[in-house]
Design a protein around this ligand. Structure first.
Ligand code: FES
Length: 366
């Protein structure tokens, strides 16, 4: 039961207003009073030419977030609600407390571009409760203080790490932190000044590594490598490491930690699903009922990709099985959940097509 539901006035109003609910009327006065978690954009901060931070005031139904978690935002664009996940870039936020997310405009990213170009203070967004385990050990979990930390980030993968650094700073938690941030060039180096200030104030070792442009003299250039890690952070084996960034970085870092048999010391924020792809899994013909199209699909290919290659534009959000933004009704056949390997399906089931593949012939209401 959320805070609004517990309110005796609302409960009385609900009885009085039946069959409508009082939240429906309140919503007309203030959209934040509607049912469920919502937030009003208080401020839009331009961080770079293609990234903005949204400072959001949530209603009391939103239960708060730990730095490093992500929040699903529901954005209404031309009458259609789109859900997307974004990392919290502010520090921890308690119930009803302001927080921020930072959104980089992606090539072809309908929602991220809209947010960058059109989001304005006063707009109301739908929210989901924060989720994710890419967080710092909380006070009660870390006897003897925090472990030594290493953040490895690239591009917009900086956002959850930025949240954690802001959280450490605002709580005045002592931390031995090394941060290696890979960025194409100066112009896209998010939060550069603030990170430098935090590093100076708290004695952190914060390094920017430029992957594309010839940066200022003295700046380090190049991509992640074992040799560079050894040079910049010789005690990396003793640190709890957090990595967030594009696939290539995640793969290199993960392989390096696995090779050193230190996989349990590495926390990863994946902006992609961990799919169990089995090239031998049986696929079949996928029929798209509403659009009267069909395509052959292997048993390890997400149905969203099959549909896109068939020329359809299904609604979707995270593409990683979290947001439910791609749910499609199954008319016939069975599908394989690529996150678990489970084969399931009865007529009428809702299927997350971004993480499910055909398991034999299948028909979708699409
Ligand atoms: S797109 Fe988010 S669950 Fe499929």
């Amino acid at each position: 039961m959320n805070a609004l539901s517990r309110n005796p006035l609302i409960r009385f109003g609900r009885w009085l207003a039946t069959p409508a609910i009082p939240e429906s009327y309140l919503e007309l006065i203030d959209p934040l009073l509607g049912a469920g978690p919502r937030g009003r954009i208080e401020q839009v901060i331009r961080e770079s030419s293609n990234a903005v931070s949204l400072v959001i005031s949530p209603n009391d139904a939103w239960q708060g977030a730990l730095a490093g978690q992500y929040v699903r935002l529901g954005v209404d664009i031309e009458g259609v609600r789109h859900w997307r996940c974004y990392s919290v870039s502010s520090g921890d936020a308690r119930r009803g407390q302001r927080f921020s997310v930072t959104v980089r405009a992606l090539d072809g990213g309908h929602v991220s571009r809209w947010i960058n170009e059109r989001a304005r203070p006063g707009m109301v967004l739908m929210l989901d409760q924060a989720a994710g385990e890419f967080t710092l050990p909380q006070d009660g979990q870390s006897q003897g203080g925090l472990p030594k930390l290493l953040f490895i980030t690239a591009g917009s993968g900086i956002t959850p790490a930025m949240g954690m650094m802001r959280s450490l700073a605002s709580a005045n938690r002592e931390a031995d932190l090394v941060h290696l941030h890979y960025t194409p060039d100066d112009a896209s180096n998010l939060f550069a000044e603030e990170r430098l200030g935090l590093a100076l104030a708290h004695g952190w070792n914060s390094q920017n590594l430029f992957t594309r442009a010839a940066a200022k003299s003295g700046a380090i250039q190049g991509h992640f490598s074992a040799k560079r890690l050894e040079a910049l952070c010789p005690d990396w084996r003793e640190r709890t490491a957090y990595v967030c960034g594009p696939e290539a970085l995640m793969d290199s870092v993960s392989a390096h930690w696995q090779q050193a048999e230190l996989g349990d010391q590495l926390r990863q924020e994946n902006f992609r699903p961990a799919l169990k792809r089995d090239a031998n899994a049986r696929g079949g013909e996928v029929r798209f009922w509403n659009s009267e199209r069909a395509a052959e699909a292997s048993g390890d290919k997400p149905l969203l990709e099959v549909a896109e290659q068939a020329g359809l534009l299904p609604k979707h959000g995270c593409r990683m099985g979290i947001c439910q933004g791609c749910l499609v009704t199954l008319k016939e056949g069975q599908v394989r959940d690529l996150t678990t390997g489970e084969v399931f399906g009865e007529t009428g089931d809702m299927v997350r097509i971004c993480v499910c593949a055909a398991a034999g012939n299948v028909t979708l209401e699409l």
